[in-house]
Ligand binder design. Structure first.
Ligand SMILES: [Zn+2]
Length: 59
C-alpha cells in the first residue's frame, strides 16, 4: 500500500472550485443566524455560487 504525505500548500497555489474549475482567490461566506454558541456558515464560490462547504463554526 502506498502512502500520501499531507504537506502545507505553497502560498502561490490557489484552491480551485470543483464545480466551475476557476481559481478561488476569494471564497464567499454567508452566515446564517446568530447564536451565542456559534454561527452556521456557508462557503461558496464567487464565480458560480456553488456551495463549497457548510457547517457551524465556533468563535
Ligand atoms: Zn465555482
Amino acid at each position: 500500500m502506498s502512502k500520501v504525505d499531507i504537506v502545507e500548500a505553497p502560498e502561490d497555489r490557489l484552491p480551485k472550485c470543483p464545480y466551475c474549475s476557476k481559481d478561488l482567490d476569494q471564497i464567499w461566506s454567508k452566515s446564517e443566524g446568530l447564536g451565542l454558541a456559534g454561527k452556521e456558515r456557508i462557503l461558496m464560490c464567487p464565480h458560480c455560487r456553488a456551495m463549497l462547504a457548510y457547517g457551524a463554526w465556533r468563535r
